[in-house]
Design a protein around this ligand. Structure first.
Ligand SMILES: [Zn+2]
Length: 359
């Protein structure tokens, strides 16, 4: 066996023994890419080297197997600790820290309202799926009918990483929660096709935009995406579903108005407005005296988006929407500046605490 092969074995031994020391378990070590690489190398060698090298690799495998066993036994001597303990109980110290009074803490208004919002959709039969805070170009654009060079990509200018994915494209901080649509359609396709249930999911998540920040615009905000797919679905189902939600959230009956809009991933696309819940459509400061508040972008899912998830668009139709959570909460709670949410301003947050005056 030549020196190069000996070095390979020695290096792999060093690396993996170190990892076993750090606590890596047996199956991870024995299936590690480093060890697999050595096994793969055997078949590529000339006959005179094959036998000797193969034996050495097998010997290394046994050695590592034994090392994981030794490491396991030594771990059994460790004293268990309670990592959830709120103070240094693990060191035998019994002095309890003084805790802040309850009224100093509160759930952030966005989170408590988000919980209310997803609860409404949950009672309507939607499952809740979490979004991601980093995604790839395919889920952000391609799967949603924004091919490369599509001008509408410019409307979703956001942050990207220097690191790239397998297609050599940067990872993206999602500019909308629609990045999850393809995943939902794929993961729930079989229950749809087997006729067990329609695809019905809402996806709350944090999204990011390259935005000029002002009282109505933030670079980081929350959206709630909704997706529904079944047979014989029309735009009437979309309008009624959102109306039910809004009436439940604002606790009053509302008038609805839609007007044409453009999104690459829906056709037709709509801008969805409700009658102002504060003046019942008569006109006030909150609705800029128009009587209407536009707050949801929505539409019928584009056949290309269904196709990207292998769903037959002749047989199934669906609708999708995206709404800004802050906008809903601002309307409901009478909050004037979107920047308060991420500001950490205590005088703002304390209004929502247990002893505050908003809840
Ligand atoms: Zn109004």
């Amino acid at each position: 066996m030549n020196q190069e092969l000996k070095d390979k074995i020695n290096n792999t031994r060093d690396v993996l023994l170190k990892r076993i020391d750090d606590g890596l378990d047996k199956s991870t070590v024995l299936r590690s890419p480093e060890l697999k690489e050595l096994f793969a190398l055997i078949s590529t060698l000339a006959d005179d080297q094959k036998a000797e090298f193969g034996q050495a690799v097998n010997q290394l495998r046994q050695e590592l197997d034994q090392a994981t066993k030794d490491s396991d036994t030594s771990k059994h001597n460790l004293v268990p600790i309670d990592i959830t303990a709120p103070f240094a109980i693990n060191n035998g110290e019994q002095i309890k820290p003084s805790l802040l009074p309850l009224e100093y803490g509160s759930i952030h208004p966005l989170m408590s309202e988000l919980e209310r919002i997803v609860n409404i959709f949950s009672t309507m039969g939607f499952t809740i799926v979490e979004s991601r805070e980093i995604d790839d170009d395919w889920h952000m654009f391609e799967s949603l009918n924004f091919p490369e060079g599509h001008p509408a990509r410019d409307d979703y200018d956001t942050f990207m990483t220097v690191q790239t994915d397998k297609d050599r494209k940067p990872f993206i901080a999602p500019a909308h929660t629609s990045t999850m649509q393809n995943r939902i359609l794929n993961s729930q396709r079989s229950t749809l096709v087997e006729g067990l249930a329609p695809i019905a999911a809402v996806i709350p998540g944090r999204v990011f935009r390259n935005e000029d920040v002002d009282p109505r615009h933030e670079h980081t905000f929350y959206q709630l995406e909704g997706v529904y797919v079944d047979r014989n679905i029309s735009i009437g189902n979309l309008i009624a579903t959102l109306k039910s939600f809004l009436e439940s959230y604002f606790q009053r009956s509302l008038q609805i108005k839609t007007q044409p809009f453009y999104f690459p991933f829906t056709e037709p696309s709509l801008e969805y407005a409700m009658s102002c819940p504060f003046c019942s459509g008569k006109g006030c400061r909150i609705c800029s005296h128009s009587g209407w508040i536009e707050l949801i972008g929505c539409g019928m899912i584009h056949p290309n988006v269904l196709k990207a998830a292998s769903i037959n668009s002749d047989e199934y139709q669906g609708f999708a929407w995206g709404m800004g959570i802050e906008r809903l909460v601002m309307l409901k709670q009478g909050i004037e500046d979107i920047r308060y949410f991420e500001s950490g301003k205590l005088e703002f947050l304390r209004q929502f605490s247990v002893g505050g005056n908003k809840e």
